[in-house]
Design a protein around this ligand. Structure first.
Ligand code: SAM
Length: 213
């Protein structure tokens, strides 16, 4: 396909862009591959290697040492973020309301050698955040989309000025209210990305990056 812009012929695009970019999905170690296989078999909606790598890069590049994750599942994304902040002695607090997942995540943090760097809190995200007062540099929100709007004021309170909030699954209709609210809030500078995310659940989704003013 050849694009045109004001009568000027532009360079040819790579055909089948979605298929083409799948070859560049970053490689993973055996523990992460095992967690991906479990997720496939059991239908656990983990972020997959592309969003996880983005989280790794954002944490590492922003030198985020105090990280909060909402929605742990088996611990896949928390392991990426803990590895990213390991070098500068950072830590991850992750919240999960399913006790079976809490136990599985704990075991996976041990296997990853990260038990001292990740603290898992069992319970509802909003209830847990209501108890927190420590400021965070980075928050990753990955719970049920219906909870996003209600939890936003807690993120506003707990995230430092200049801190980053990353929100997964904003392409679901259940996230529409949230998308409108955060985009209209003077407390956040937001960017919505429509993305192809190979091995994500689902592969075509929206991601929102929001910077705390
Ligand atoms: C999409 S999965 C998290 C995946 C994980 N972030 C990853 O990519 O490896 C969402 C998890 O959030 C949990 N969850 C959903 N609503 C929650 C809430 N209100 N409070 C705490 N956990 C919640 C679910 O039990 C589920 O395990």
């Amino acid at each position: 396909m050849v694009g045109h812009f004001e009568g000027v012929e532009m360079s040819k695009m790579i055909s089948d862009l979605e298929g083409y970019f799948r070859q560049f999905v970053p490689s993973r170690d055996s523990l992460l591959l095992e967690l991906e296989e479990e997720a496939r078999q059991e239908g656990i909606p983990i972020v997959g290697p592309v969003v996880a790598e983005l989280l790794y890069m954002l944490v590492r590049a922003s030198h985020a040492g105090q990280i909060l994750e909402l929605g742990t599942a088996t611990g896949y994304s928390a392991i990426y973020m803990a590895r990213a902040c390991h070098e500068f002695n950072g830590r991850v607090i992750t919240v999960e309301n399913d006790s079976g997942m809490v136990n599985r995540a704990r075991a996976n943090f041990e296997k990853a050698g990260l038990a001292d760097h990740i603290q898992i809190r069992a319970g509802d995200a909003m209830e847990q955040m209501a108890e927190m007062s420590e400021p965070f540099d980075f928050i990753f929100m990955d719970i049920d989309k219906e909870g996003y709007v209600g939890i936003l004021p807690y993120c506003t309170r707990l995230l430092k000025s200049g801190g980053l909030l990353v929100i997964d699954n904003v392409g679901f209709s259940a996230a529409e209210d949230f998308n409108r609210v955060i985009s209209n809030s003077p407390q956040w500078r937001t960017l919505h990305l429509l993305s192809l995310l190979p091995l994500h659940s689902p592969e075509k989704d929206g991601l929102c990056l929001a910077l705390r003013a």
